[in-house]
Write a protein that binds this ligand. Structure first.
Ligand SMILES: Nc1ncnc2c1ncn2[C@@H]1O[C@H](COP(=O)(O)OP(=O)(O)OP(=O)(O)O)[C@@H](O)[C@H]1O
Ligand SMILES: [Mg+2]
Length: 241
């Protein structure tokens, strides 16, 4: 995994939404090589919309996205992937009737990638290679979703709701695997995570999005001091999980 070239993500003044409504309103985010950065926020705050606009799934109405100084803004999503930015979507979007290796091959074929990269990163998937994804546990499926992004050899990885429907212990293990990935291969990781306290144990920095704007940002240590602000941004949702 050490052969992935390092890159940084710079998002400036991003405005995006649907049908003319700006749901993301001037967001600035930077992630350096090997950094793990989290985007926190309540349901509907605009986290998925932000990631979708960065990845080129929806077209921002203003602002810029740069990968290592090269503009990605307004490139089609398929070209964004080729430039080295991969998204693990909120609903995982795996083919449940295909095996683990078949799911990975679909992604590898898109960019001439290699599925072995993913099995090397997640050895736990090796014995499940030929098993249909639909019968795997939620944590295993999430591992496949991240592995599928890895076969596209990303330099920047966006992960939306790593923990969706998973027990905290599994979330912790996945977060640690993402941390190891960033440490060992210098991939820049931007993740959306509802388990704030679990995330603060592994991330370098975080941003809090509220109604489409960043209201709080800082290092994990700084954010740990401000859990009241974080709780406020979650409009009453628990930050203690
Ligand atoms: N395809 C769409 N068309 C119109 N509005 C949408 C669409 N997708 C999301 N929205 C709206 O955009 C707003 C922001 O949604 P978004 O999915 O970005 O929030 P989120 O922070 O990811 O929330 P969650 O924690 O529930 O995943 C919400 O009000 C949502 O209803
Ligand atoms: Mg979302």
């Amino acid at each position: 995994m050490t052969d992935l070239p390092a890159a940084r993500l710079d998002v400036r003044g991003l405005v995006a939404g649907y049908e003319g409504a700006a749901l993301v309103r001037g967001v600035d985010i930077s992630v350096g090589p090997g950094e793990v950065v989290s985007l926190f926020g309540a349901n509907g705050a605009g986290k998925t919309t932000t990631l979708a606009a960065i990845a080129g799934l929806i077209r921002p109405t203003a602002g810029t996205v740069h990968l290592d100084g090269q503009p990605l803004t307004r490139l089609p999503a398929s070209e964004v992937v080729r430039r080295g930015l991969a998204l693990v979507p909120e609903d995982r979007c795996l083919f449940s009737q295909l095996s683990v290796v078949e799911n990975l091959r679909v992604a590898a074929r898109r960019v001439g990638g290699d599925v072995d990269v993913a099995f090397a990163r997640f050895p736990a998937l090796e014995p499940l290679r030929r098993r249909a994804v639909g019968v795997l546990s939620g944590g295993e499926q999430q591992m496949v979703a991240i592995a599928r992004a890895l076969v596209m050899r990303p330099r920047v990885l966006l992960i939306d709701e790593l923990s969706l429907g998973l027990a905290p212990m599994i979330v912790r293990d996945l977060l640690l695997a993402v941390r190891a990935l960033a440490d060992e291969s210098d991939v820049a990781v931007l993740l959306v995570e509802q388990h704030v306290r679990l995330a603060l144990d592994v991330i370098d920095r975080g941003y809090v999005l509220r109604q489409g704007s960043i209201t709080v940002s800082g290092s994990a240590a700084q954010l740990r001091q401000q859990t009241d602000l974080l709780a406020d941004s979650y409009l009453g949702t628990s930050v203690t999980a």
